[in-house]
Ligand binder design. Structure first.
Ligand code: FPP
Length: 237
C-alpha cells in the first residue's frame, strides 16, 4: 500500500490482539493453533512498528480475566510468551526497549526472570518502546496507582489535595510514556476489555474486521491511515 513517508512517525498505538480462537475454529483447529499464529503476527507487527518509526506500541497479550480460560489454553499462551522471550526478541539488532505491563508476580518465576532480564538488557535502547501487557487489567492498574499514592499520604509525604493526573500517570505501568493516540481492535469487537483505561482517555478507537492471526502489515497501514484521517478532521476548521 502507498502511504506518505513518516505517516506513522512518533505515534503511540495500543493493540488488542483478538480473534485467535475464532480463526482456529474456522479452520477446525484447536484454539491454541490460533494463539500460535497470533504470536507470529505479534512478532512481525512489533518489528514493523519499529520500522515505521512508531514511538510506542502496546500489545494486550494476557488479561487478568484470561485466567478463567481452560488450563491447557492458559499454558499454551504462557509457553508461546516464554518462547518469544527466549528466541523471538531480536534486541541486539533492533533499537527497541521492552516493557511488561501488569502484575508479573502471579507468573512462573522462570518467566518473571526472563521478563526482568529483557527489560534490563533493553533499557538503554533509544528507539521504540514495545509494551507487552501480561496479567494486565486497566482497573487493577488504577487501583495499584491509588494504593501507591495512598501509601505516601499515610506516611505524611503527600497531601490528598496535591494529587494530580500527572502523578496518577506516573504510577501507571506506562510511567513516562505518551498516552496512546489510538487503540486498534481487530476481529470486529468494539470493547476496551479493561485495556489501558487510564491511558486511553483521549485515544481514538479503530476497529477492524480482520481476525488477529490474519492481520498483516497492510492492515496496520490501513489502521494508521484511518487514524490520520480522523485526527485531520479534528484538527480542521
Ligand atoms: C485473544 O483472542 C487473544 C488472547 C487472549 C491471547 C493473545 C496471545 C498471543 C497472541 C500469544 C502470546 C503472546 C505473545 C506476546 C507472544 P481470543 O482467544 O479471545 O479469540 P476469540 O475471541 O476469537 O476467542
Amino acid at each position: 500500500m502507498e502511504h506518505p513517508k513518516d505517516f506513522a512517525k512518533g505515534l503511540s498505538i495500543g493493540i488488542i490482539m483478538d480473534g485467535n480462537g475464532r480463526w482456529a475454529k474456522q479452520r477446525g483447529l484447536p484454539r491454541t493453533a490460533g494463539h500460535k499464529k497470533g504470536a507470529a503476527v505479534f512478532q512481525d507487527i512489533a518489528n514493523y512498528c519499529e520500522e515505521l518509526g512508531v514511538s510506542s506500541v502496546t500489545f494486550y497479550a494476557f488479561s487478568t480475566e484470561n485466567w478463567k480460560r481452560p488450563l491447557e489454553e492458559v499454558g499454551a499462551i504462557m509457553k508461546l510468551f516464554a518462547q518469544y522471550l527466549i528466541e523471538g526478541f531480536d534486541y541486539k539488532n533492533r533499537n527497541i526497549r521492552i516493557k511488561f505491563l501488569g502484575d508479573r508476580t502471579a507468573l512462573d518465576p522462570k518467566l518473571q526472570k526472563l521478563m526482568n532480564e529483557l527489560e534490563e538488557d533493553s533499557a538503554a535502547k533509544t528507539g521504540m518502546t514495545l509494551n507487552i501487557a501480561v496479567n494486565y487489567g486497566g482497573r487493577p492498574e488504577i487501583v495499584r496507582a491509588a494504593r501507591q499514592l495512598a501509601q505516601q499520604v499515610a506516611e505524611g509525604t503527600l497531601k490528598p489535595e496535591d494529587i494530580t493526573e500527572e502523578m496518577m500517570s506516573d504510577h501507571m505501568y506506562t510511567a513516562g510514556q505518551k498516552d496512546p493516540d489510538f487503540i486498534l481492535r481487530p476481529s470486529g469487537e468494539k470493547r476496551l476489555s479493561n485495556f489501558m483505561l487510564w491511558q486511553a482517555a483521549y485515544a481514538e478507537l479503530v476497529e477492524m474486521d480482520v481476525l488477529w492471526p490474519d492481520f498483516t502489515r497492510d492492515d496496520l497501514d490501513a489502521a494508521i491511515t484511518e487514524f490520520n484521517k480522523r485526527s485531520r478532521r479534528f484538527g480542521g476548521i
